[in-house]
Write a protein that binds this ligand. Sequence first.
Ligand SMILES: [Fe+2]
Length: 641
Amino acid sequence: MVSILGISAFYHDSAACLVVDGEIVAAAQEERFTRLKHDHNFPLRAARYCLSEANLKAENLDYVGFYDKPLLKFDRLLETYLDYAPAGFSSFLKALPLWMKEKLWMPDLIRTELAKAGGEEDERVAKKLGKKFGWKLLFGDHHESHAASAFYPSPFEEAAILTIDGVGEWATSSIGVGKGNEITLLKELRFPDSLGLLYSAFTYYTGFKVNSGEYKMMGLAPYGEPKYVSVIKDKLLEIREDGSLKMNHEFFGYSQGLRMTNGAFDKLFGGQPRKPESRITQREMDLARSIQVITEEVMLNMTNYIHKETGLKKLCMAGGVALNCVANGRILREVPFEDIWIQPAAGDAGGALGIALAIWHRYLERPRLSSEKAGTWQSARALRNNGIPAYSDGMKGSYLGPKHTEDEIEEFLKSKQLPYKKYAREALPEGVADLLAAGKIIGLHQGRMEFGPRALGARSIIGDPRSPQMQSAMNLKIKYRESFRPFAPSVLREQVADWFELDADSPYMLLVADVAKSRRRKMTMEEESLWGIDKLNVKRSEIPAVTHVDYSARIQTVRHETNPLYWEIIEAFRLKTGCPIIVNTSFNVRGEPIVCTPEDSHRCFMRTEMDYLVLETCVLDKKEQPAFQENENWRKQFRLD
Ligand SMILES: [Fe+2]
């Protein structure tokens, strides 16, 4: 047995992943345990969890992999800061102590921290213990880790690979080819030219938090007009045929490490960046739309180029920019790849999974096998009886985190003296569907927690998508956030083509497609003439809670084999209502990491106006709960993104 622990840390979204004999056994982000969103510290608790899932101790590991190369990153910082001296030099001096203390001493630090993950609390003892560990420590290139996370768990034997993010060591995007257990990277785009950093610059300028508010800006785009596309193209960047970029760095501040944009940028777009939390104006909507148009153009150029260069039929993607599901939907529709697969933990958390798989397949040269466990391209070729192609990848639906047993849950509920109703497993789907059909908003905690930024029915808040009030009710009463953000539909895979302009799997909510024309509602002239945020309250389809203002929806397709209970709940809802779709939003309040334990779920349930909480087969009715003792000022505790 060969066990490999992959780690990503110290930038954002720390995570750990355990691969045993090529199978992904467990993966989780540190934020879920520490309750600090995007926690970038060493993933001590995530590593501890991963080891426990396989009953392993830190000393039993054979390999530990770190997802990037700190020395190369340091080299980039040094070189770019010095290039921009003296402005860059002061921020370099500020960053230096952290680098000297933590990042350059990585091997020692990883050993000590893993000794702590094994339970040793004393720093000095942990340090000594760590030195004795017999496993081998390996470092991967940042974009190679992303590429490995994109290709190895994919359902494809052979595929083109695209990685796009802000920046790793030097690369900001790479293209390559995967075949069997081999990955060959062909080309890369280098810092400071970066689609991810360009997108983040606009995220910052429109008043959202860099590295976490990007998806909000994407949600804002359909309200705006692409007014700034020509000025972006004239002044900020040159987009080349092959999808590479040449950016004009006179307008950006990030290469000096100071801020994302500078005074010249402000002047170009008519003023200071929007202050976070201040009112969103038409300018931000137009900026969001414009940068979305540019992003799509670049991603289409890149993928068309890769298609031409490699001649391959499938495409895999990873890197933070691969979470741009609007662009992904266009790639699927417009680029002549037969199929695309996107790593659900596309951001840096997924690097932990990538390096672990890269050690197994590239370093140890183990083949990708056809097996139920590892996920296979062979089985994906088979057709199921009902005509829907079978689907299988190596991610286990991304349900790779902790699960809590019925006993643990009942013990928790009893210890807190919380009233609940226990369902028989067979009766649960119908019970939940009844509540949904009655317009109730439900916190659903079941099975293993998801790996990656999306909730996929294991730690989700669910509701009825047919209700015209559901979107604003969920936004204001549960999420306490801006009401412009649409929710995502979870739809039975068997029914997706009847309701959306998509007939493919989108298990990780990473593809956007339009609501089917037959399901749309004809709008009045008056409704048509609305613009900006006023578009929000118009009922545009049979499923208004999940229909964006441009009729698009960020779709999760659900299969029985990957999440039986979730599928059965939606199926029971369909039998009752005729609608095979429910609203799915992540189980958290804004700024909070998605819940992990039954305690987290109960706390979030009590803090918000959710009506019911489902903890496996135990169902809690809000009306019956004793008053909740709040001991933290959580609205201050969670920083907004
Ligand atoms: Fe990255």
